[in-house]
Design a protein around this ligand. Structure first.
Ligand code: NAP
Ligand code: ZN
Length: 354
């Protein structure tokens, strides 16, 4: 099946209309008409920063839409169902990690929704900046939010699960005070989820314009991350830190904020490494520096249901296909509150705008 999509032909090439192939339905597959796709900072890294990109690249792993067809063995979904697809579209399903529902750590490597090797043409996966996608039902999520929230649910498929999984892993909950560093796509959803789990949240932001909004997002306090005095107010006071900053930066001032035995988890994937840390900050309080990657399929469903129950969605700015380059530029300038979401109806060749 040929499908309208928008992709980049190189790191410095503007996005353009493409016609891409989707595989014929296998027995366990569903075909999804994509309604909306979030624009994650990883999409930008993949197209512009990272050296391993296969071009043309069609990014997008925050996909929501409706099932339009299903294979003969599909039992979990019906045509018309509202569903989502996140960052993972396949894995070996037999290693210890897959058995534990941790497909993101599949021993053979999970198949990412874009830029991952696959048997299907053209030999690597193409993501959600497209009109339709074919996915094995085992990697498809049920969406129970109301239809009017659908566009704002899309970012949960990456930003939501990535932060939720870490908050659960480090058992964040009532009575704790945690820090969220970087209030972007991941950070703003992370604040909402952490609050719903019962924690107090201190937002660390470098953007003046986000300071006033931090309380609306649920933060109990806000700190100017460019002001060492302000940051220092939380020295040895935090139970956990979710660090979502997308750029290389000095980690020591944040490690110093952790209580004894507590952890800062890293998410950002900048090309340039962070400066070396002062390990004395770790051993003097037995602190940990760790990281977290996405979340498994089972946990993604749990997160979606948790967010539906707590009425958590992302704050979004809707764009059309011809605004993708501008959205990437603005994302790099840190000029979005807080996630761009692409309206997939605008992807047809002749659509200038909706
Ligand atoms: P984003 O929307 O761009 O948010 C990142 C935030 O970091 C910005 O809003 C900004 O927050 C802060 N920031 C950016 N540049 C900065 C700089 N030079 N100095 C200080 N602060 C800066 O990105 P995102 O989509 O949330 O993704 C964040 C990172 O996580 C990316 O690197 C992405 O690839 C990665 N990621 C990882 C995973 C995983 O599983 N590990 C999953 C998804 C994404 P303030 O304005 O508040 O300072
Ligand atoms: Zn992502």
């Amino acid at each position: 099946m040929k499908v309208d999509a928008f992709g980049a032909n190189g790191p410095d090439t503007p996005f353009a209309h493409l016609e891409i192939a989707r595989r014929p339905l296998r027995p366990n597959d569903v075909q999804i008409e994509i309604a909306f796709c979030g624009i994650c900072h990883t999409d930008l890294h993949q197209v512009r920063d990272w050296p391993n990109t296969r071009f043309p690249c069609v990014p997008g792993h925050e996909i929501v839409g409706h099932i339009t067809a299903k294979g003969s063995a599909v039992t979990g979904f019906e045509t018309g169902d509202t569903v989502g697809v996140g960052c993972i579209v396949d894995s070996c399903q037999e290693c210890e990690a897959c058995e534990a529902g941790l497909e993101q750590f599949c021993a053979k490597g999970f198949t990412g929704t874009y830029n991952a090797p696959t048997q299907d043409p053209p030999g690597y996966t193409m993501g959600g900046y497209s009109r339709s996608i074919v996915v094995d039902q085992d990697y498809v999520l049920a969406i129970r939010h109301s239809q009017q929230d659908l566009a704002a649910v899309a970012p949960l498929l990456c930003a939501g699960i990535t932060t939720y999984s870490a908050l659960k892993t480090w058992k964040v909950g009532t009575g704790q005070t945690i820090g969220v560093v970087g209030i972007g796509g991941l950070g703003h959803v992370g604040i909402r989820i952490a609050r719903a789990l019962g924690a107090n949240v201190v937002a660390f932001t470098s953007s003046d314009s986000k300071r006033d909004e931090a309380a609306r997002l649920g933060a109990t306090d806000v700190v100017n991350s460019r002001d060492s005095g302000d940051v220092g107010r939380y020295t040895e006071k935090l139970d956990f830190i979710l660090n979502t900053v997308a750029a290389s930066h000095d980690l020591d001032p944040y490690i110093a904020l952790l209580k004894r035995d507590c952890t800062m988890a890293m998410f950002g994937a900048p090309n340039k490494p962070h400066p070396a840390i002062d390990v004395r900050l770790l051993f003097r309080r037995r602190r940990s520096l760790s990281g977290s990657l996405l979340g498994g399929i089972r946990e993604t469903q749990e997160m979606l249901d948790f967010c539906a129950k707590h009425e958590i969605v992302a704050d979004i700015e809707m764009i059309t296909a011809h605004q993708i380059d501008d959205a990437f530029d603005r994302l790099l300038r840190n000029d979005v509150k807080y996630r761009f979401v692409l309206n997939a109806k605008s992807l047809a060749r002749d659509k200038d705008a909706l």
